[in-house]
Design a protein around this ligand. Sequence first.
Ligand SMILES: O=C(O)CCC(=O)C(=O)O
Length: 238
Amino acid sequence: MRCYGRDRYRQDKRTWTDIGSGTKPRQMTFTEYAAALRSGEAADQDLYLAKCPLKTTVLGDRTSFRALRDRLGLRFAASNLNLWVGPSGHVEALHYDPSDGTLMQLFGEKKLLLFPPNQTANLYPFSIAVHLKHGMRLRSWFSQTYPEQPDFAAFPNLKIALPQAQEVILKAGELIFLPVGWWHEVTSLGDGMTCSVNQFWHVYPWSRALRSRNKWRAHFGGLLAVPQQIKSKLKAED
Ligand SMILES: O=C(O)CCC(=O)C(=O)O
């Protein structure tokens, strides 16, 4: 359970020490979480059941999910099926993944704000140094920006990225394929709760991973972005 806390999106992301607001993950049974959703505590404290592997559950064995893999031509799973349940209003911060992904909406609706991989530098990923310092708690494939509350003084190149944004509303019964390196910020809509299942996939064919550089960008994006950010800062100061 990720406990983001209600002030998360009032904070400057540059002060974050993990992908949330610094709060520790909380252990809860599913029944306890369902009660928190019903009572409003989950919405109040922004408690999000994120990336919970379905491996050992009945849902994890659903052949209909497995059939999707074949229909989509996806070959090599890089993760289990994962469950995501949360209150409306919850936002998963702008990031990209180092693998292809599928996100399937089971209940409620989500808004996905998408940016192509060529906007990586303009979205200011956390630096690789921060990633090394905080480990997996603060990954360099998260953006330091709030695309919907842009701070152009701190992140001037966000102006270049914003016209490239694409918005998708994912409704119950729909699935979106998120290619490696594509940035996504995911907002749970409505006034209740949302439920999705996702899975990550190794990039295939292998030539696509090598050719596109997306896989490498996904791992070293922060590092690759730095020279470009310095270059544009120097240009702006000219
Ligand atoms: O559904 C969410 O809140 C986030 C999902 C996500 O980031 C993903 O599927 O890669």
